[in-house]
Design a protein around this ligand. Structure first.
Ligand SMILES: Cc1cc2nc3c(=O)[nH]c(=O)nc-3n(C[C@H](O)[C@H](O)[C@H](O)COP(=O)(O)OP(=O)(O)OC[C@H]3O[C@@H](n4cnc5c(N)ncnc54)[C@H](O)[C@@H]3O)c2cc1C
Length: 376
């Protein structure tokens, strides 16, 4: 018998503060809390800063708004084409046929997702989880203002992002990651999401310019923290941007697929490294991991979470990790990646997987066929 079927609390049996504690109110945590609450489960979501604006490009595939039933009022702008620029300077515009990319402000987007969870019955608590104790139940110690409270539940979902304290609490090393530097550029306007490749400013990664309200967001990424400021400056010069506002340093986890569950804690989103290799898309996969973790809780068998995640995504993540290693190893390979995307069949296959998130084996098989000579 599963954990919840044994212990679903009723008015007379309830001995915990909640059935499930969700730690972190970003896309992964809020989506999990919403689904749990929708199923009538008693859930508390703990978020350390309800005003936090996560450093992020804010690009979310339009299809996600239907899939997760997110209010479209948070969309600031819909982007209908992307531009990819090779290290050698080839610029390729790709229309986003059959979809689009929504640009959101992360403070508003995250708040909207939490409101949806609250509307379904999740309790939202502003506080920082300091540590956990695991036994038959989970105790989470939460600091709100000057007080520290102990909350107990039957299980927890750790969705506390790339700097996950819960990961450390269960003795798992931090994820390897990309270091990013990004900044808002006021009064600089672009209609498209631009992806710029080149080892001079984004070794093994890419730099970006995304539209934002009143300007754009630019940024770059690398695995070497020490180089990030000079890489950012080089990209700014290459893109011809003169002045940006305060720069922010943050990390994007590298997917390793090594953490799903420790005892009665499930890990979702950046805390588990659920960011798609090559594209660095994390918001959609954080929300999907939140759904899969919640479904495992609802099923009464936490052990199914890893199977659910792997059956939905593992093959795609492995494929994209291969392509990332192959195409981003040097400038000549990144030039090739951009050249390949001139081909209509490659564009179409990429859009089916990336933009429209088509499920099932066929879109993945078609993509693998097109890229098979690059997969080692
Ligand atoms: C510069 C940059 C640009 C990016 N651009 C994009 C993009 O355009 N599109 C895209 O899809 N992805 C992008 N990503 C990735 C994306 O931002 C993440 O993958 C996504 O936010 C992960 O969601 P999450 O819910 O797992 O974690 P987060 O969004 O990081 O949420 C974690 C939450 O947990 C809270 N928290 C942390 N510790 C505690 C604690 N101890 N107690 C309580 N609460 C806690 C935090 O305050 C936060 O609200 C970008 C990342 C970076 C760094």
């Amino acid at each position: 018998m599963g954990v919840l079927s044994m212990n679903r609390p009723t008015a007379s049996t309830k001995k915990h503060d909640a059935l499930v504690i969700v730690i972190g109110g970003g896309p992964a945590g809020s989506t999990a809390a919403r689904l749990l609450a929708t199923h009538g489960l008693d859930v508390v979501l703990v978020e350390k800063n309800l005003s936090f604006k996560k450093p992020c490009g804010g690009g979310v595939v339009m299809s996600a708004f239907e899939e997760f039933d997110i209010p479209k009022g948070v969309i600031k702008r819909e982007v209908r084409a992307i531009e990819i620029v090779s290290p050698g300077g080839t610029v390729l515009e790709i229309p986003l046929n059959g979809g689009g990319l929504a640009m959101v402000d992360r403070r508003e987007f995250d708040a909207a997702l939490r409101r949806e969870a609250e509307a379904k019955g999740a309790q939202i608590l502003e506080g920082e989880c300091l540590r956990v104790e695991q036994g038959r139940t989970v105790s989470v110690f939460v600091k709100s203002g000057e007080t520290v409270r102990e909350l107990t539940a039957e299980c927890a979902i750790a969705a506390d992002g790339v700097n996950s304290r819960m990961r450390a609490a269960v003795g798992v090393k931090p994820n390897k990651s990309f270091f990013t530097m990004s900044a808002f550029v006021p009064d600089h306007h672009t209609e498209r999401c631009e992806f710029w490749f080149g080892a001079a400013h984004a070794p093994r990664s890419y730099s970006w310019v995304f539209p934002a309200q009143g300007g754009s967001v630019i940024g770059t990424a690398t695995t070497e923290r020490g180089d990030i400021l000079s890489l950012f400056e080089r990209f700014r010069e290459r893109r011809g941007i003169r002045k940006e506002s305060a720069k922010e340093l943050y990390r994007i986890p590298l997917w390793s697929g090594d953490l799903y569950r420790r005892g009665n804690i499930l890990f979702a989103g950046d805390a588990a490294g659920h960011v798609m290799p090559l594209t660095h898309e994390g918001i959609y996969y954080a929300m999907r991991a939140g759904v899969l973790a919640a479904e495992a809780v609802i099923s009464g068998d936490l052990g199914t979470y890893e199977k659910r995640w792997k059956s939905a995504f593992e093959k795609r993540f492995i494929l994209m990790a291969h392509l990332e290693r192959y195409f981003l190893k040097d400038d000549a390979s990144a030039d090739r990646l951009v050249e390949l995307h001139r081909k209509p069949d490659i564009q179409a296959a990429s859009l089916r997987l990336w933009l429209r998130k088509e499920r099932g084996a066929k879109p993945l098989r078609d993509y693998m066929r097109l890229f098979k000579e690059f997969i080692r």
